[in-house]
Design a protein around this ligand. Structure first.
Ligand code: GLU
Length: 461
C-alpha cells in the first residue's frame, strides 16, 4: 500500500479513519488466509485505480462553484467494477477507497460477477437545487469519461443519490456513447428507464433475509426468534424504510426509528404508515404523536433484540459500544461499527452481522437489473425476490460455515483495544483473546474467492 493510502491523513482519530478501519479488518482475516502465494493477499489491500476530478458548475443562483469528485475501482478480478455514487459534504477519497474494497468483498460473498468500486462528489444535497444536482451529476459523469461503462465500471445509488441521479447518469453516458444499448451502464434507475422492480427495497429487504437465515443457522443465545422481536433502526432512508417493513411483516415490533434530526420510540411498536405520513408532512420523524423523542445516541443504547444501523459509517465506536443493549446488530449501513467496537461487542456477547453480507441485497438486485438490461428482459417481483433470497441465503451459509471453521482454530491476542478486559472488570489480566467474528469470516470467504480467481486467471504476464 502506498503512503498516500496508508497514512492517517484524514484528520480523523486513527480509529475512525476509513482506510485504517478496513486495513484493521483485513489484518484480522489475514491470519485465516494461509496457503496462497506469498504476497498475493497484500495486493487486495490497495485499490486498482483511483480517479480524482475537480470541475466547475454554474449554479442556479448564477454563481460558479468548484466540486471535487472521486471514483475508485478496487478490483476487476471477478468482473467490471460495481458500486454506488454518494453525495456528501464530508466525503473523502479515503472513505471512497475503503468503501470500494467493501464492494469487492460484498460481490464475492453473493457471487455476483463484479469487482468493487465506489464514487462520490463532495457536496451537500440539502443545500442544492434539483438543477444544481443535475448539472453536478452530468459534469461529474462527463469527467469520468470512459472510466465507467456497461462492462468497465457500473455506478449505482448510495448516500443521498437516488433513481433520478441514476437517470441523469444514464442519459449523460448515452448522449456521449450514442448507438448502443447503454442501459447497463448504471443500476438503480427508474423503472421507466430499465430499472428493476425490487431494486429500491433490495438492501433493506435483503438485510431482513440475511438475518432470517442467520437466525435459522446460529441464533444468539437467548434470542427468541423474529416474531415479537423488538427492533430499533437508525436511519429512515431507502434502506431503513424497507428493513422496517420487512421485519414488521415477519412479526417483529419496530420500537424505534431515527433520522438525521433525532429518533422516535414507541414500546408497543411504531405504526409505520403513521411514521411515513409524519416524514412526508414534516420532513422528519421527530414529533410523531404519541411517540417519545430520543437522540440517535439514545437509540443505539436502547434495550432491544435487534439494532439495525442503516445510516452513516462509524456510528458504534469505542465510546458507545459499551452502552449497546441489543443482542444482535445488523449492519444495513456500510461500516457502521468500528473494529474497537467489534471487540467490545464481542466480549459482551453481542453478535454483529457484517455489512458486506447484510447489505449485499442492493448490489445483488443491481446485478439482476444489469442482466435484464443486457437481455432486454423484464422480470417480475416474485422472480427478483426469489433469486435474491437464494443468493443471500447461500452467502449466509458460506459465511456461517467459514465462521465455524475458523472459530475452531486458534484465537488471536487482542492487540490495541483493551476495553473488553476493563468492561469485565479484568483490567489487570494482561492477555485477552479475540475470537474470530462473523465479519472476519465474511472477509475470509470473500478474499479466498477473489484470490482463487486471481490465480486461476494467472497474473499477467
Ligand atoms: N451503494 C450500494 C452498496 O453500497 C449498492 C451498490 C450497487 O448496487 O452497485 O452496496
Amino acid at each position: 500500500m502506498n503512503d498516500a493510502e496508508t497514512g492517517a491523513a484524514s484528520g480523523l482519530p486513527e480509529e475512525l479513519d476509513p482506510l485504517h478501519i478496513t486495513r484493521e479488518q483485513f489484518n484480522r482475516a489475514r491470519a485465516h488466509l494461509e496457503g496462497f502465494k506469498r504476497g498475493l493477499i497484500e495486493f487486495f489491500e490497495v485499490p486498482k485505480r483511483t480517479i480524482s476530478v475537480c470541475f466547475p458548475v454554474e449554479m442556479e443562483d448564477g454563481s460558479v462553484r468548484t466540486f471535487h469528485g472521486y471514483r475508485v475501482l478496487h478490483s476487476r478480478v471477478l468482473g467490471p467494477g460495481k458500486g454506488g455514487i454518494r453525495y456528501h459534504p464530508e466525503l473523502t477519497r479515503r472513505e471512497v477507497a475503503a468503501l470500494a474494497a467493501l464492494m469487492t468483498w460484498k460481490c464475492a460473498i453473493v457471487k455476483v460477477p463484479f469487482g468493487g468500486a465506489k464514487g462520490g462528489v463532495v457536496c451537500d444535497p440539502k443545500d442544492l437545487t434539483e438543477t444544481d444536482l443535475r448539472r453536478i451529476t452530468r459534469r461529474f459523469i462527463t469527467e469520468l469519461g470512459d472510466n465507467i461503462g456497461p462492462h468497465i465500471d457500473i455506478p449505482a445509488p448510495d448516500l443521498y443519490t437516488n433513481e433520478q441521479t441514476m437517470a441523469w447518469i444514464y442519459d449523460t453516458y448515452d448522449i456521449l456513447h450514442a448507438g448502443g444499448n447503454n442501459r447497463p451502464v448504471v443500476t438503480g434507475k427508474p423503472l421507466d428507464l430499465g430499472g428493476s422492480v425490487g431494486r429500491r427495497e433490495a438492501t433493506g429487504y435483503g438485510a431482513f433475509l440475511v438475518t432470517e437465515r442467520f437466525l435459522e443457522l446460529a441464533p444468539p443465545p437467548g434470542f427468541g426468534g423474529l416474531k415479537g422481536a423488538r427492533v430499533a433502526i437508525q436511519g429512515y432512508g431507502q434502506v431503513g424504510v424497507a428493513a422496517a417493513e420487512a421485519f414488521r411483516a415477519a412479526g417483529a415490533k419496530i420500537i424505534a426509528l431515527g433520522d438525521s434530526q433525532g429518533a422516535i420510540l414507541e414500546e408497543e411498536g411504531l405504526d409505520l404508515e403513521a411514521v411515513a405520513a409524519q416524514k412526508r408532512e414534516h420532513g422528519t420523524l421527530v414529533g410523531l404523536p404519541e411517540s417519545r423523542t430520543l437522540t440517535n445516541e439514545d437509540l443505539l443504547a436502547l434495550d432491544c433484540d435487534i439494532l439495525i444501523p442503516a445510516a452513516l459509517g462509524n456510528q458504534i465506536h469505542s465510546d458507545n459500544a459499551g452502552a449497546v443493549q441489543a443482542k444482535l446488530i445488523v449492519e444495513a449501513a456500510n461500516a457502521p461499527v468500528t473494529p474497537a467496537a467489534d471487540d467490545i461487542l464481542s466480549a459482551r456477547g453481542i453478535t454483529v452481522l457484517p455489512d458486506i453480507l447484510v447489505n449485499a441485497g442492493g448490489v445483488t438486485v443491481s446485478y439482476f437489473e444489469w442482466v435484464q438490461n443486457i437481455e432486454n428482459e423484464e422480470w417480475d417481483l416474485e422472480e427478483v425476490n426469489r433469486r435474491l433470497r437464494q443468493r443471500l441465503r447461500r452467502g449466509v451459509d458460506a459465511v456461517v460455515e467459514c465462521w465455524q471453521e475458523i472459530k475452531g482454530g486458534a484465537t488471536l491476542p487482542l492487540d490495541n483495544h483493551q476495553e473488553p478486559a476493563a468492561e469485565s472488570g479484568a483490567a489487570e489480566t494482561p492477555r485477552v483473546e479475540r475470537r474470530p467474528d462473523l465479519r472476519t469470516a465474511a472477509l475470509v470467504v470473500a478474499v479466498r474467492r477473489v484470490a482463487r480467481a486471481t490465480l486461476k486467471r494467472g497474473i499477467w504476464p
